[in-house]
Design a protein around this ligand. Structure first.
Ligand code: NAD
Ligand code: 13P
Length: 349
């Protein structure tokens, strides 16, 4: 019978873990080809070797997920078009700022019955307005696109510690269940919900809340303040999601992609960590500089998402309704001091 071929587009910290999860299932499930292709944005390591060659030789992404074997059936490929050529299931997992370029490159290249899923947390803001990454993929490539989001710090899942995730789908429950099957392991429990926009907006907007939580940590404001920021953040996430897409369901915010992702990201995420350092510097060091120094090639999503959200709020005349989101952006660009994270009422536009 027909066997599905999976390609993972992206190979950063989470991309590599996604490839590991999928590779273990592709070996077990008869409806999938064993080989899982992984597109790698090629780079040369300090020792002069290419990252792709090292991944294929050692079965490890030594730069973005050191110490973890991905599975011998993962094949790294630096050529994007070649990597997707034979696949009928595409998993997109890169920092969101690169997705527009990737979609442009792949536009016209995808033919036949192809399904996609996006693990990318973020959105694009174009002249016409905001566009979720799953819609960008759908529109540019002419294919259906589900999403997978959740409380998923990649390094913890790499060590096979138990966590949950949420698949959001638009139409076909059957296709969503195929993705659930491809990702699920005893330590990774995936649930499908019929709310693609709600799930994707949870994953996207919680990164702005995480920046706020990092400011609170950097200023040593304590647990009550951080919990307040998380609660207010979650309320703004729900309010904005429903304004953008009235179909978004309240119940989605109680899935892993909602409250659970807010919690884990505000406790242990990269956005939180770098925002903490930013606040400790009194806002004197830039996020770009701190990101490069602290994350060694990994990328923050929260700072650019805060800007994108601000553009949407400003354009729609909604700034006053979202003081937390608006304040995070103004702190990031140096217009307000990190302390303003708890004084936002006074700084309303
Ligand atoms: P990452 O933060 O590790 O980013 C590094 C990746 O970006 C590398 O693969 C690098 O090669 C690639 N890259 C750099 N420049 C590029 C360019 N010009 N074009 C294309 N690629 C380029 O990536 P990640 O952790 O895999 O995150 C991908 C998405 O998954 C993000 O939206 C993130 O929010 C989300 N996510 C991450 C985690 C996590 O714990 N890391 C968990 C859940 C979701
Ligand atoms: P950070 O990018 O802040 O590390 O968050 C990772 C994440 O999305 C956890 O679900």
């Amino acid at each position: 019978g027909f066997k599905s071929r999976v390609t993972v587009v992206g190979s950063g910290n989470w991309g590599s873990v996604a490839a590991k999860l999928i590779a273990s299932n592709a070996l077990k499930l008869p409806s999938f080809h064993d080989e899982v292709r992984m597109w790698v944005f090629e780079e040369v390591l300090p020792n002069g070797e290419k990252l792709t060659d090292v991944i294929n030789k050692t079965n490890e992404n030594v730069k973005y997920l050191p110490g973890i074997k991905l599975g011998r059936n993962v094949v790294a490929d630096p050529d994007l078009e070649n990597a997707v050529k034979e696949a009928n299931m595409l998993v997109f997992v890169t920092p969101h700022q690169f997705m527009d370029g990737i979609c442009k490159k792949l536009s016209g290249e995808i033919t036949g019955e192809v399904e996609a899923i996006s693990l990318v947390k973020g959105m694009e803001v174009k002249k016409e307005g905001p566009c979720m990454i799953s819609s960008l993929i759908s529109k540019q490539l002419g294919i259906n696109c589900c999403v997978l989001m959740g409380a998923n710090i990649a390094n913890e899942i790499a060590m096979e510690k138990f966590s949950e995730a949420t698949v959001g789908y638009r139409e076909s429950r059957e296709i969503a269940e195929t993705w659930v099957q491809l990702f699920s392991t005893p330590y990774f429990m995936v649930t499908a919900v019929h709310d693609v926009e709600g799930v994707e907006l949870c994953g996207t907007l919680k990164n702005v809340v995480a920046i706020a939580a990092g400011f609170v940590d950097g200023l040593e404001m304590g647990n009550n303040t951080k919990a307040a920021i998380m609660r207010i953040g979650l309320r703004e996430m729900r309010a904005l999601s429903k304004l953008m897409f009235p179909s978004v369901k309240d119940s989605t915010f109680f899935e892993s992609c909602g409250v659970a992702d807010v919690i884990t990201t505000c406790l242990g995420g990269r956005n939180r960590r770098v925002a903490e350092a930013f606040a400790q510097s009194g806002g004197k060091r830039s996020f770009d500089e701190l990101e490069a120094e602290m994350l060694q090639g990994q990328k923050l999503q929260g700072v650019s998402t805060a800007r994108e959200v601000y553009e949407v709020l400003n354009y729609c005349g909604w700034l006053e309704m979202f003081p937390l989101f608006a304040t995070v952006h103004q702190i990031c660009i140096g217009r307000l001091k990190p302390e303003a994270i708890v004084h936002y009422r006074e700084h309303k536009a």
